[in-house]
Design a protein around this ligand. Structure first.
Ligand SMILES: Nc1nc2c(c(=O)[nH]1)N[C@@H](CN(C=O)c1ccc(C(=O)N[C@@H](CCC(=O)O)C(=O)O)cc1)CN2
Length: 299
């Protein structure tokens, strides 16, 4: 029987623990964790994600600040805002929603966030700490951290002897996911658009993580029987059955055909997606504990 991994339930458990940790910090220090979320432009999906982040931060008992900037915002204005948030003692976490409009240099903006406030885990200092195994002082990118919690539900903390394939090599997901799997002792391969035979690599994987951004690309004959399949894709495709112009959300994995072959599989929606926001809250509470000189909770 295939296990369908419930990301909403896992996210709810993380949020419960974050809320308790935030309340304990406020009791001890009189300070609540503070999260600032910055969005530039008009992308409707990004606005929806940012609203969820701000709402969830409030629900967790944080000070929650949202900065909504116009599409034509200059690099200087955005960097000045990040500098202001870096200097704000009430703000523990700064997140700039991606993607930014094309005229802006995302990397320069992300690298200007103080590493200790980089709750997206994208600063080179945090990426470097992850790569060198420093889990104690760094911050890990939210989606891979969340995906790893789902993997742990199935396999526990030690992945010794298991082959893992991560399809995708982005800084936001593929690279940190591979590092987390490696740190848990898996034998890790990173596949991407230039890999010679992705289906063959996938068939060798006990843990198959798909983050390619191509709707339902992973087919049933890519999946090793009994494998754990983690789908990180978020693709909107036309859904004429729902009415003209309507869309539905699908992952990078063809769920209906892969589920019967897999041992465990995360759905889209309701799998990794909800974990992204939960882990952002976890990173913010971790940053707040550290800023107050207290040992940070683990998630
Ligand atoms: N600065 C960042 N930008 C972006 C990140 C990020 O981690 N940091 N990730 C994505 C978008 N994202 C959060 O920002 C995100 C994506 C998806 C979900 C989610 O809960 N998805 C639901 C479905 C939601 C829907 O119906 O559209 C699910 O999969 O169940 C949360 C957050 C890019 N930008």
């Amino acid at each position: 029987m295939t296990t369908v991994i419930d990301g909403k339930q896992a996210a709810a458990s993380v949020i419960e623990a974050v809320t308790a940790a935030a309340a304990a910090l406020e009791r001890d220090t009189g300070r609540r964790p503070g999260l600032a979320v910055v969005i530039v432009g008009n992308d409707p999906a990004s606005h929806a994600y940012v609203s969820s982040k701000s709402r969830m931060a409030k629900q967790c008992g944080f000070k929650s600040v949202q900065h909504t900037l116009a599409e034509e915002t200059s690099q200087e204005t955005l960097m000045a805002l990040v500098a202001e948030l870096n200097a704000d003692a009430e703000i523990d976490g700064v997140l700039v929603q991606l993607p930014l409009p094309r005229h802006l240099d995302s990397d320069a903006v992300i690298q200007s966030i103080l590493p200790e406030k980089d709750v997206d885990g994208l600063h080179v200092v945090n990426a470097g700490k992850l790569a060198t195994g420093d889990a104690e002082t760094g911050l890990v990118s939210c989606t891979p951290a969340g995906a790893m919690i789902l993997v742990r539900q199935i396999h526990g903390r030690d992945l010794s002897g298991l082959n893992a394939l991560v399809i995708g090599r982005s800084n936001l997901f593929g690279k940190p996911m591979a590092q987390l799997l490696l740190a848990a002792n898996a034998t890790v391969t990173i596949g991407h658009s230039k890999s010679r035979d992705l289906p063959a690599l996938a068939r060798n994987a006990d843990i198959l993580v798909a983050a390619v951004g191509r709707a339902e690309m992973v087919k049933a004959d890519w999946v090793k029987p009994g494998a754990t399949v983690i789908d990180v894709g978020i693709n909107r495709v036309p859904a004429p059955d729902k009415g003209e112009g309507k869309t539905r959300l699908v992952g990078d994995v063809a769920f209906a055909e892969c589920a019967p072959v897999a041992g465990a599989i995360s759905p889209v929606p309701g799998g990794v997606g909800p974990m992204t926001i939960a882990m952002l809250m976890a990173n913010t509470v971790i940053a707040a504990y550290r800023a107050n000189g207290k040992p940070a909770p683990k998630f």
